[in-house]
Design a protein around this ligand. Structure first.
Ligand code: ZN
Length: 132
């Protein structure tokens, strides 16, 4: 897995973020096991509840195209006018939603810290995930 390339895709996605309320722009790049990349950005709403995180936008794009096998997601986020410098981990809602569509012990979550990829499995970030 080329984490640097995946982080670049997440940064491209971040350029399209619609974040007029928080001012915090996030991009995500979800890669399938066969290498297809789906990008997502956060899309806010003036009514905050229906706002969408970048990760769930990327996942919805992939699922709606029939994709079912996912390998990793890269996420970058920062105030809209700044370059990302701190790692941007997925929120709890996204961790839960992703857990329903990936193998959580193998699926990799990639963030950037000091210019380097930091990788964790989703099970590291969401131990004992909720299941119906
Ligand atoms: Zn989220």
């Amino acid at each position: 897995m080329d984490y640097g390339k995946l982080l670049k895709e997440a940064k491209k996605a971040r350029m399209n973020a619609y974040a007029p309320y928080s001012g915090f722009a996030v991009g995500a790049a979800l890669v399938t096991r066969d290498g297809k990349v789906f990008r997502g950005c956060n899309i806010e709403s003036s009514v905050m509840a229906p706002s969408l995180c970048a990760e769930r936008v990327a996942l919805a794009k992939a699922l709606s195209e029939g994709e079912k096998e996912f390998a990793a997601i890269a996420i970058v986020g920062a105030p809209a006018k700044e370059d990302p410098k701190d790692p941007c981990y997925p929120c709890g809602v996204c961790r839960q939603v992703l857990s329903e569509h990936v193998k959580i012990d193998a699926f990799e979550v990639v963030v950037e810290e000091n210019g380097k990829a930091e990788v964790a499995t989703l099970s590291d970030l969401l131990p004992k995930a909720f299941k119906l």
